[in-house]
Design a protein. Structure first.
Length: 392
């Protein structure tokens, strides 16, 4: 195992009707003028936005609103939010929604607190030194951004999708009411479950240090999400299943399942970022479409981990060679994706890149990771292209 730092400062308020506590929490963390940042119409149609503004009005807290956060959130809206907040003297950000609204709000917070172009942080040209404080009312269990240090933004020019991680961006509080996720389309629920599992799998398939207690936590989380994803496929209104998935989403990406290893592999995410940037696909679906090709490309270099995953998570029998067991685990994972109507290749995802587009994605991916990256296996541009080709 490796030494590690574990830092999770976010105050979690979990359960039914917890969104009613938002004003008290904003005051607790010093907010006096709030930007309410959200995505599309569901927050409005469900009445949640109105409930939030009514609560702030009753508490005497001033606010402005900015909607429009979309999947693969755009840099242009981040710039708009920064300008609005400066004009209105905003000192607290409230993201109401899922990962897109939260990530966009994090970027706005960085842009307000640091000089220069906020994109320079996501383009790896500098590090931030502060952020405007942020709170979250979560409506989609998926990205784990409500407790994580990371955010992902897409620059429209060139369709470049990049992530940035900093403890300054961790939310001060996260309100999590599983009932708020019940209006999600089934496809988005399945995408969320896929993303949650992938955040743990990225940390699991490593060649650098492991702890049995961390593995046990990771494997339990994966089994729990897998089981409850099936429940939600058949019973979308099941509160207990939604609660299990929502809490798993936070634990999957707050650092817990990476304690003691080398930080994780993350190449499936990096490969998907280029898919999301170029084709604007749902993140979870993109991950499912690319994972099997990545796994078959790297498993021999990380065989013991793939065998352990197959037995402990996918219920593969410990019979045959290590390689046979590992491959059965990969196949079982793809069967699970299909069972919740997730794609297992790019054509099922609905995109058919040309050879030139595959090469462009590989080139951009290699640039985004400064040439090469990976823990299960270190990948360069040639490897990335091979995986994209295999995923067709």
């Amino acid at each position: 195992m490796f030494d590690f730092k574990y830092f999770t400062p976010t105050k979690v308020i979990f359960g039914k009707n917890t969104e009613s506590k938002v004003a008290d929490l904003i005051k607790e963390f010093g907010g006096t003028k709030v930007l309410i940042h959200y995505g599309g119409g569901s927050v409005v149609r469900s009445g949640l936005l109105q409930k939030v503004t009514d609560t702030l009005d009753a508490a005497g807290i001033s606010y402005v609103t900015l909607g429009g956060a979309v999947p693969n959130p755009h840099l242009g809206l981040v710039y708009e939010g920064i300008e609005l907040c400066r004009k209105e003297n905003v000192d607290f950000l409230l993201a109401v929604g899922g990962g897109s609204a939260i990530d966009s709000a994090k970027a706005i917070g960085y842009g307000l607190a640091n000089e220069g172009d906020v994109w320079d942080l996501y383009d790896y040209k500098k590090q931030g030194t502060a952020s405007v404080p942020l709170g979250v009312i979560l409506t989609i269990a998926a990205t784990g951004s409500e407790m994580s240090d990371s955010s992902v933004i897409t620059k429209e020019e060139g369709l470049v999708k990049r992530g940035y991680s900093s403890d300054f961006g961790r939310p001060k509080f996260a309100i999590m009411n599983p009932e708020l996720t019940m209006t999600l389309p089934d496809y988005q629920t399945a995408c969320g479950c896929t993303d949650i599992m992938m955040h743990t799998m990225e940390r699991y398939f490593t060649n650098g240090g492991n702890m049995e207690i961390t593995d046990a936590l990771a494997e339990g989380l994966l089994r729990t999400v897998k089981a409850n994803a099936i429940i939600l496929r058949d019973d979308p209104k099941n509160y207990d299943a939604r609660a299990e998935v929502m809490w798993a989403g936070s634990l999957a990406h707050n650092g817990l399942t990476g304690c003691g290893n080398d930080g994780g592999d993350w190449m499936t995410h990096k490969l998907e970022h280029e898919l999301g940037g170029l084709y604007d696909v749902a993140h979870g679906a993109g991950l499912a479409a690319i994972w099997g090709s990545w796994a078959r490309y790297v498993y021999k270099n990380c065989l013991s981990r793939f065998k352990k995953f197959a037995i402990n998570v996918m219920d593969v029998e410990d019979r045959g060679t290590d390689e046979e067991i590992a491959l059965c685990g990969i196949e079982a994972m793809e069967d699970f994706y299909r069972s919740i109507h997730m794609p297992t290749n790019l054509r099922e995802l609905g995109v058919e890149p040309t050879e030139d587009e595959l090469k462009l994605m590989a080139k951009k991916c290699a640039i985004g990771v400064d040439g090469e990256m990976g823990s299960a296996r270190v990948l360069n541009e040639e490897d990335m292209l091979a995986i994209y080709r295999a995923s067709m």
